[in-house]
Design a protein around this ligand. Structure first.
Ligand code: SF4
Length: 398
């Protein structure tokens, strides 16, 4: 059984009186420093210090930042915070996958919001799946998150805050160890990869996502290579070139169908940006090459999109494009009408794609027992009823 630990932290990430410094750009940090009386000539040095303490050392209070004077630390503490989101719950799957429910304070008149973040440890790497919005507007029919209406966009600080909190819990800072024997890769960094594949459509929150990813890949801070950061979109075509130009991260497309009529149903955004437009944007994605292939995600739905004719059409559609295809066995959730394709059929589908020269790994479902698998995220503000959960467990048990 999954281990459900309920934790609480006394300090929220930020309040109206004390904004967070986590997630600010260097320019915004400079403004924040000048606003509390730091001389403009000193801001560059102070920003470098703050950046190091926040992103390299993982400091959660200004008191620890001993390279700055006590007076400055006290001043910073009076006006700002480097706190973290509140953890509402942390669940650990039988396979070591972790799912956190984080709560962020209200913005303006709204209520506090909750989002889910998932950590998937594998041999040689640890992948963090981040949310970009609370809920989603796009209502893809196979996706549980799509049943939760959009509450609001997350700020850059809230997106980076998910990374910081996960690293805290995993002990991914110099001198720290995992809090509770967390399953982590044996070598390399504990959070070595980031995917924007959690709740929400990242390209509908482009500015905040961009700022968060630039912070995650900043060489003086978290320092993740842009090749280890993947942004997944359901196909917001006009924003795809900007994603490549302005963030330089890897692109993944939530494809799931090879015909417009079916994709219109599975990914309704297709009615606005049909397959031909989407694939053209992929072919011309800045930086695309054999070393920087585009990932196409394809959820395997029994009797819906899993025929071998569709596998062949998929190959035709992607012809000539540096691409890899992730086949995702459908992860059920309460109320869905879809079923996962039979395993044999998934393998036959993969064979067709493989023989055409495309890597087509079948993604082993991770964290299904804690509803952490692809397409299953939905924040606990719409908590499952016990009856629904029992129905789901029965469905997973087969
Ligand atoms: S698949 Fe992504 S874009 Fe579609 S409903 Fe789910 S979270 Fe939104």
């Amino acid at each position: 059984m999954p281990d459900l630990t309920t934790l609480s932290r006394p300090e929220p990430i930020a309040t109206a009186e004390k904004p967070a410094l986590v997630g600010l750009s260097r320019e915004e940090l400079a403004e924040a420093l000048v606003a509390i009386g730091v001389p403009a000539a000193q801001t560059r040095m102070r920003i470098a210090q703050l950046w190091h303490w926040i992103y390299v050392r993982g400091a959660t209070d200004f008191g620890a930042m001993t390279s700055m004077s006590k007076a400055l630390r006290a001043d910073l503490d009076r006006h700002y915070t480097v706190g973290r989101p509140e953890i509402v719950s942390e669940q650990v799957s039988e396979d070591g996958t972790r799912k956190w429910l984080f709560r962020f304070p209200s913005r303006g008149a709204g209520r506090p919001v909750e989002v889910e973040t998932v950590y998937i440890p594998e041999e040689g790497r640890g992948t963090l799946c981040l949310s970009s919005q609370v809920g989603c507007t796009l209502a893809c029919t196979f996706c549980h998150t799509g049943t939760q209406k959009l509450v609001r966009n997350l700020t850059a600080g809230e997106i980076v805050g998910q990374v910081m909190m996960a690293r805290d819990r995993l002990g991914d800072y110099p001198g720290l160890t995992a809090t509770d024997g967390a399953a982590v890769p044996e070598t390399g960094r504990l959070v070595s990869n980031i995917v924007m594949m959690g709740m929400g459509e990242p390209l509908y929150n482009f500015d905040n996502v961009k700022q968060a990813l630039l912070i995650a890949s900043d060489g003086e801070g978290i320092g993740l290579s842009r090749r280890r950061i993947t942004l997944s979109t359901s196909g917001v075509v006009p924003m795809i070139p900007r994603t490549g130009e302005e963030t330089g991260v890897m692109l993944a497309i939530s494809l799931h169908a090879v015909r417009d009529d079916l994709r219109d149903e599975l990914v309704p955004l297709n009615r606005k940006y049909p397959l031909a437009q989407l694939l053209e944007a992929c072919r011309t994605y800045p930086g695309i090459s054999n070393a920087r292939r585009i990932t196409f995600e394809y959820v395997m739905l029994k009797g819906v999109n899993d025929s071998l004719a569709e596998a062949r059409d998929l190959v035709r559609l992607l012809k000539g494009m540096p691409a890899k295809i992730n086949l995702i066995p459908f992860n059920p959730w309460p109320g869905t009408a879809y079923e996962c394709s039979d395993w044999d059929q998934i393998e036959r589908f993969a064979d067709v794609v493989n023989r055409a020269g495309y890597a087509s790994p079948i993604r082993t479902p991770r964290g299904r027992d804690i509803l952490a698998a692809c397409g299953q995220l939905k924040s606990e503000s719409e908590r499952l009823k016990i009856r629904e959960r029992m129905a789901l467990e029965a469905m997973i048990a087969g």
